[in-house]
Ligand binder design. Structure first.
Ligand code: UFG
Length: 329
């Protein structure tokens, strides 16, 4: 089986590539390396450097390989940036995904696993969040992902393209000797670990007046390995059952920002100074997944708790203080 992995040199994509290779899938990565790191890829994965806006290159790629399915990780992910520069997000996350879907249909490749997000749900009207929970994204990033889910549904109805959309909650942690290396980094756990490493003076807590147990936001942190294990299960299901579906993907446990900082203090034995700061716009107070559906239908079960997540991320950061600037292959 040969899988095209878009964004395969990024944080989650590169972990998926390693797991797919372990399961003996052949892997071709298509990545423009704008945010991805070629050093995150093992030699067995073929890398084609290209952009999803390059329709000719995409079509050639599909003609040169016989793909059985696509895993589509490529996309921009920064909520704040999406509000300041919506054009960048609509172009890359929506228009470029449309290019990919058209290339798939034109070349008769009709199975795709799509990286969706909890950001679809905006300020959710129920917790934990189910697949059917009302979807009203409150930022451009979430809207681009909801639009893509709608495109997928329409492509299924019209062209028989089958998809599984996996709606990630807060992906974190590291595995396979690779890890999270965004520039600039905006995510909570890596920033906290940068403080522990002495790269930053303190962590700013964005909002301490939320209606939560300690006033800080609650999120559902899921280990990247649990996340990619779900991708492999979804892929197997898609290849065998040929049915489209949507799944929420989180651990089902909510932790506040203060709890994450406290856990990181214990694991790193560093005081990690924290500064109260004002709310970041567009942050819902609580996002916790109900992942019962994927557990029941695909037999997925999260294996890693918060401690394991932070420990694995800490290992990666300690061993790679400059991220992928040091060659890890
Ligand atoms: N936070 C801080 N200080 C920081 C960074 C973050 O207090 O320096 C807080 C945020 O306000 C939020 C929590 O930590 O309450 C988690 O923030 P992240 O930026 O790590 O993650 P988000 O929950 O904002 O978003 C992440 C992904 C999105 C995805 C979303 C789904 O970045 O792509 O999870 O839940 F859509």
């Amino acid at each position: 089986m040969k899988i095209l992995v878009t964004g395969g040199a990024g944080y989650i994509g590169s972990h998926a590539v390693r797991r797919l290779l372990q399961y003996n899938y052949k892997v071709v990565v298509y990545d423009n390396l704008v945010n991805g790191h070629k050093e995150s890829l093992p030699a067995e994965a073929e890398l084609v450097v290209g952009d999803l806006n390059d329709k000719e290159k995409l079509d050639k790629l599909f003609k040169e390989h016989e793909f059985d399915a696509v895993m589509h990780f490529a996309g921009f992910i920064e909520v704040g940036e999406s509000m300041k520069n919506p054009a960048k997000y609509y172009k890359n996350n929506v228009v470029n995904t449309l290019n990919l879907l058209e290339a798939m249909v034109n070349n008769n490749v009709k199975k795709i696993i799509f990286s969706s997000t909890a950001a679809l749900f905006g300020y959710p009207d129920e917790i934990p969040i189910k697949e059917e929970t009302k979807k009203e994204p409150v930022n451009v990033y979430g809207r681009t992902k909801l639009m893509t889910e709608q495109m997928l549904k329409d492509f299924d109805a019209a062209y028989g393209l089958k998809f599984i959309a996996l709606r990630y909650f807060n992906a974190s942690g590291a595995d396979f000797g690779i890890g999270e290396d965004h520039n600039p980094e905006t995510h909570l756990i890596p920033i906290i670990l940068q403080v522990a490493m002495g790269k930053r003076k303190a962590i700013k807590i964005f909002g301490t007046d939320y209606l939560t147990k300690d006033g800080t936001c609650i999120r559902d942190y899921i280990h990247v390995t649990d996340l990619i294990n779900a991708h492999v299960l979804a892929l197997k299901k898609l290849l065998s059952a040929n049915e489209s579906n949507y799944y929420n993907l989180g651990n089902g446990n909510g932790y506040s920002v203060k709890e994450i900082i406290e856990a990181a203090r214990e694991i790193t034995s560093h005081p990690i100074p924290a500064i109260k700061s004002k709310r970041r716009s567009g942050d819902p107070a609580v996002l916790v997944a109900d992942s019962t559906k994927i557990q029941k239908e695909l037999g997925w079960k999260p294996k890693y708790d918060l401690k394991a997540i932070i420990k694995s991320a800490w290992e990666w950061h300690k061993n790679n203080p400059s991220g992928f600037e040091e060659n890890i292959n």
